[in-house]
Design a protein around this ligand. Sequence first.
Ligand code: CTP
Length: 407
Amino acid sequence: MTSALKGRRVALAVSGSIAAYKAVLVARLLVTAGAQVQTLFTRSASQFVGAQTFAGVTGRPVLSEMFAPGAAGEPHVDIARESELMLIVPATADLLARLAGGRADDLVAATALCSTCPVVAAPAMHPAMWAHPATQRNLRTLTGDARVHLVGPVDGEVASGERGLGRMAEPDAIVAAALAALAPRDLVGRHLVVTAGPTIEDIDPVRFLSNRSSGKMGFAIAARARARGADVTLIAGPTPLPTPAGVTRIDVRSALDMQAAVGRALGAALDAADALVMAAAVGDYRPTSTHDQKLKRTADALELGLTPNPDILAAVGAARRGVRPVLVGFAVEAAGDAQVLAYARAKLDSKRVDVVVANHAADAFGKDDNRVTLVTRDGAQALAPGPKSELADPILDFVAKKLEEPG
Ligand code: CTP
């Protein structure tokens, strides 16, 4: 999870559907990530889930009445004013219809009508209800208003046991949509090329040379760049990680494949992208010869000849005229802090890049968290250690700022 949710004020509206039980998990994920969650119930929500559960998870009582006896003020106005995001989980066909009609006939609808923050709705209903022209018409109205974003529904089993499009998106996807809605939109209209993961250099059909990179850092950067509005091309070495929503993924295997893919993505004149983030751990060497047949074991020692791979980033740095694309390099080292920074500074110049993200192999490889320092020509900025998804934003802050400078 990411710090992008820390301290953010989220109104979580729950409506009456079997899928409401998953809203508890959404609340839990939001709270764990540091969000302040105020739960709102429609009239029928409490027939599916308990208000006490949400109160326990969020630390705040659930609100469901427009005019609670004895309560001062207007809850829908206060909540709408205070919230940075309204999340509707689940959104029933009826609630969507009420919202599309601009109704204010319960606390949830009135709060949505009064709010100016983004609204993310996770529809859940029987596939026949989802497909109905009335629902589709309501959705067009809602999404046309531009403030309502939908997450799901997905194809799968629904409450009746039937299958189809109408099953609510999973809690993780809903939180990712919440994050996207809260992200600054400072990369809209920018094209970022991000590389991630290891490369693989084949020796023969069963053996290869590779490294321990998981790809998590690059995938996190791609996901956050997309959330901030960028068009993202993610060039990924072999990794089982799922493709972040909205990101164009190009799978590659070897360093040479990756170089060719980066070249295509940047264009011959390097003007097809605004930034290149080289988070991939590119293999520095490949076997001098690759064998079509499996190498057989013999009693003799085997020497493997290795040929240096091109340095993809340094080649782009050398070819770049001016300040675009913005170039972000990584330096993974197995050394002490001072030495790591010295290596990173050296890479800043040898690769002619704008920033080097320096980190330790022991902190980085295969881990969800990392500890990194941004090394630029102006100095070094150590970021607070944290999840890779959390480190993606400060790296992208640097890119966004650099892109504001005249090109
Ligand atoms: N890189 C690259 N092409 C290579 C090797 C590395 O583009 N053939 C990029 C990486 O994606 C990273 C940066 O260069 O952004 C630094 O990678 P790293 O492996 O730390 O450095 P090397 O240049 O390989 O130097 P060394 O292994 O000697 O530390």
